[in-house]
Design a protein around this ligand. Structure first.
Ligand code: ADP
Ligand code: MG
Length: 497
């Protein structure tokens, strides 16, 4: 594959345009006139300056979202059918601009262009899936008995949008996460203030233009770029009805506290430390290739990354050897290189953190089978890394590294492996490899995780499939029909006949 010059040019043109905040349908500078730089992690050079929103800007955006939500506004008057068509049109626009958006993502985030293409297609697909829902959000008529107040009644429920929603998203899948958040909120009729991650603001801003092009009324989606303090202002705001957050477990806990002020509704998609279990009877080649993909895809910067590899002792050396071979084969290069399997990590902070974890593992007695170093001397590139000799107490085993580093450990029995795999404060995802159907589903049943993949790669996601975490990996589910509950209230209406 080669990437056409026209694609570079289109992305460049957007990168070089001014990057302001979207509030009430207008692109405006931050109230204090501040900006911040977003960096290309492959070159370490500043890519663009972006408006730095603060509490005052958040407040303006919330007011715009509240006005757009008012009874009788164009958004509230829009029929469900028209809302569905608008969402479909957004999906179309994402697909029409797939190359440009993918290149923008690659420049801002570092990820390989081929992965970015998949992200944009996933985003388009989710808008289309959600386009079907506005016409199908129904209440029920309820046969009530009302023992204390006997009488003849007509009782029904009605689902209503929860109102003004604050959405705070991370840098690992910037456009995809923006879409996971926006599409269901819009399907339910909410209005939104979106806060992209400071490392990767560009695709959300381009999406903002496309939302306008699709015909979304002013103020329905507002975009305020900025840092953690901007997100904090949004979570603390008294006129925000709900916050949806994807990010670290640590920040998730701060958001829980901030949301207590007005008891806003909250959904959280947080960290993970996800196990893969390879039983002795598995197709070992299939297991090894997918185990490698589970950790190295997107440079290991996935909340679901398969970072703990548990392999039955009888096949441990075989499987770990194959994963290490795969790691050594993968090409680490700028995301704009069509042959890149891994791009750079997103930032210097993540780069230093990941290499720091590898060093701490080494110091505590882990063996580096392959990888463990920086690649080159410019850009935040890290080799795909396989560690063995790791033990449950080590920080590389307990904590989320969020980089291309997997800890491989042997096990002897199903009981033992389930206990080890569940011995984590997280519960986002897990993988199982075996040819024994019963063992596959027994293992899946025993694992305390929101998603379990059997004999297949991690990262199989679908707009129709709910996704979310057990334990400290979060509250609530995204995607599928379940996500709608996050953005709807239920009203019970009782009429005396
Ligand atoms: P990571 O550690 O992977 O960068 P974070 O959880 O720090 O993930 O960031 C995810 C998102 O949360 C980003 O958009 C970031 O700006 C935002 N954020 C960071 N701190 C806070 C906070 N205290 N309140 C609300 N949002 C925050
Ligand atoms: Mg950046």
């Amino acid at each position: 594959m080669t990437i056409a010059q026209a694609v570079h040019d289109r992305a460049d043109a957007f990168v070089r345009s001014p990057h302001k905040l979207l509030i009430g349908g207008r692109w405006i500078e931050a109230a204090a006139g501040e900006t911040f730089a977003t960096v290309d992690p492959a070159t370490e050079k500043v890519l663009a300056e972006v408006g730095r929103g603060r509490a005052e800007d958040v407040d303006r955006a919330v007011r715009a979202a509240r006005a757009a939500f008012a009874d009788g506004s164009p958004w509230r008057r829009m029929t469900p059918s028209a809302r569905g068509r608008l969402l479909w049109r957004i999906g179309d626009l994402l697909e029409e601009h797939v190359d440009e958006l993918a290149m923008l993502e690659t420049l801002d985030n570092g990820k390989p262009y081929t992965i970015a293409l998949g992200d944009v297609r996933g985003a388009a697909d989710l808008f289309r899936y959600m386009a079907g829902w506005p016409t199908k959000i129904e209440g029920a008529t309820v046969p009530i008995s009302s023992l204390a107040m006997p009488g003849e009644y007509l009782a029904y429920t009605q689902r209503e949008p929860v109102g003004v929603v604050g959405q705070i998203i991370p840098w690992n899948y910037p456009l995809l996460m923006a879409s996971w958040k926006l599409a269901p909120a819009l399907a339910c009729g909410c209005t939104v203030v979106l806060k992209p991650a400071e490392q990767t603001p560009l695709t959300a801003l381009r999406l903002g233009q496309l939302l306008q092009e699709a015909g979304l009324p002013d103020g329905v989606v507002n975009i305020v770029t900025g840092f953690g303090d901007t997100g904090a202002a949004l979570t603390a705001h008294a006129d925000v009805d709900k916050v949806a957050f994807t990010g670290s477990t640590e920040v998730g806990k701060k958001i829980v506290e901030a949301a207590a002020g007005n008891l806003k509704r909250l959904t959280l998609e947080l960290g993970g430390k996800s196990p893969i279990v390879v039983h002795a009877d598995a197709d070992l080649e299939n297991a090894a290739v997918h185990a490698a993909g589970a950790i190295f895809y997107n440079q290991g910067q996935s909340c679901t990354a398969g970072s703990l590899l548990y392999v039955h002792r009888s096949v441990f050396d075989d499987v770990v050897g194959r994963v290490a071979e795969e790691a050594a084969r993968l090409k680490v290069a700028p995301g704009t290189d069509p042959g890149a399997d891994l791009g750079p990590l997103v930032s210097h902070e993540q780069f230093a953190k990941v290499l720091g974890y590898v060093d701490s593992g080494r110091a505590q007695g882990a063996e580096v089978v392959v990888g463990g170093h920086r690649v080159g001397d410019r850009g935040f590139f890290v080799e795909p890394t396989v560690l063995t000799n790791t033990t449950p107490g080590m920080s590389v085993v307990r904590e989320e590294i969020f980089g291309p580093v997997v800890c491989a450990m042997p096990f002897d029995s199903l009981e033992e492996i389930v206990a080890s795999a569940n011995d984590t404060r997280f519960g986002l995802a897990a993988g199982v490899f075996t040819r024994d159907l019963s063992k596959a589903h027994r293992t899946a049943r025993l694992l305390r995780a929101g998603t379990v993949w059997i004999n297949t790669t991690y990262h199989v996601f679908d707009a129709a499939m709910p996704f979310g975490g057990y334990k400290e990996s979060g509250w609530g589910r995204e995607m599928g029909s379940q996500v709608l509950d996050n953005y709807l209230e239920t009203k019970s209406v009782v009429t005396a006949l």
